[in-house]
Design a protein around this ligand. Structure first.
Ligand code: FAQ
Length: 318
């Protein structure tokens, strides 16, 4: 047996035994690369995801709503930072990760390429987008790579607050005037299908799932998580008096799940490949932020360098 096969078998045995893999442990190159891809895609999603909501901070209808939204958007920045740090433990620099995003080589979640047209969209994002993100991320708290799993624990706590604040906005609108209820329904109509797409392609079209399940990166498949999200969310829509925009949606007694209509996968791939309603705008906003923030990074690096020099001797010994 070659040493490489032996290492691979030992690695799989550790995974099967439920052990966490830590940064300095031996790991197959593909495991490392899959994590860099997934964690960085996740990190990019968090910071690009700040843009559609940031759009409404100055227009939130009350002080309470503004404070809630500000806190949420700030949380997403924090999630991005934990996740970039987790990706860095795999031997890639943050500059390289940002370069991949800015040059369009790295993906981020398709959902953030849709516009936020009304205040109700902020409710819909919290309720549906954070709701979908939690379903996926609760699974990831048990993922096999230690730094990613640990980052997810805190992120999930914050995401549940986000989900609740979004659902509360939707409930307020749904129980308000006719016009407010229509706004909530319109937001649900536009965000429902893109939220289902967040879970990724159907299992039979998902090239990464099989290996990721074997390595316990994913504990559930895209279709399993999507179904879980639908089953949880439909009663929430009913409680709010809103209608899910799917004429085929029906409880299936035998399966113990909701059946649902076909997802427009052409739309999904169009958005993933950069041709959604806001892809260009989102990327341009990130590139601008990077360029405009250069002086802050330079100043922080200059200060860190100065402190390092101070600690190594000269000024401190005086
Ligand atoms: N959008 O073989 P699979 C959030 C790509 S966080 C764009 O199934 P995999 C918080 C996929 O990368 C939301 N691309 O891939 C928040 C792959 O391409 P590649 C983000 C997608 O990785 C809320 C190809 O399609 N969450 O919302 C999408 O096994 C509010 C084939 O797919 C995460 O990133 C998509 N929707 O499964 C923030 C969670 N789906 O790289 C602000 C972690 C698939 O081979 C405001 N990620 N693709 O060229 C995951 O769990 C997985 O990566 C999946 C995809 C499930 C997303």
């Amino acid at each position: 047996m070659s040493p490489e096969i032996n290492l691979n078998e030992k690695f799989q045995a550790r995974i099967d035994a439920g052990e966490k893999i830590e940064p300095k442990d031996w790991m197959p190159e593909k495991y490392r690369k899959t994590h860099i891809r997934q964690i960085s895609q996740h990190a990019h999603s968090e910071i690009v995801g700040m843009l559609p909501e940031g759009n409404w901070i100055t227009r939130a209808p009350t002080l309470k709503r503004k404070v809630g939204l500000l806190a949420k958007v700030q949380d997403e920045a924090g999630h991005g930072l934990y996740l970039y740090s987790a990706a860095e433990t795999l031997g890639i620099s943050r500059d390289e990760l940002f370069d991949q995003l800015h040059t369009g080589r790295a993906k981020y979640s398709s959902i953030f390429n849709y516009p936020t047209l009304s205040w109700a969209d902020i409710g819909a994002i919290g309720w549906l987008v954070d709701g979908a993100a939690i379903i996926n991320q609760v699974m990831l708290t048990r993922t096999s790579y230690g730094p990613y799993a640990r980052a997810m624990v805190r992120i999930c706590k914050e995401e549940s607050f986000h989900q609740r604040q979004g659902y509360e906005i939707i409930l307020g609108l749904a129980n308000g005037t006719t016009e407010q209820k229509e706004m909530a329904q319109d937001a649900l109509n536009r965000f429902w299908w893109p939220s289902l797409m967040m879970f990724g392609p159907r299992d039979e079209d998902s090239p990464n799932t099989e290996q990721s399940v074997k390595w316990k990166i994913k504990r559930k498949t895209n279709d399993e998580l999507r179904q879980q999200f639908i089953d949880i969310t439909v009663p929430q829509a009913e409680f709010a008096g809103l209608t899910i925009p799917d004429p085929d949606l029906k409880w299936n007694e035998e399966r113990g799940h909701y059946d649902f209509g076909p997802i427009d996968w052409d739309e999904f791939w169009k958005v993933v490949k950069g041709n959604g309603p806001c892809n260009k705008e989102r990327l341009a906003a990130r590139v601008d932020a990077w360029n405009e923030g250069a002086w802050v990074r330079d100043a922080a690096m200059g200060y860190a360098e100065k402190r390092r020099n101070d600690e190594t001797g000269f000024s401190k010994t005086a």
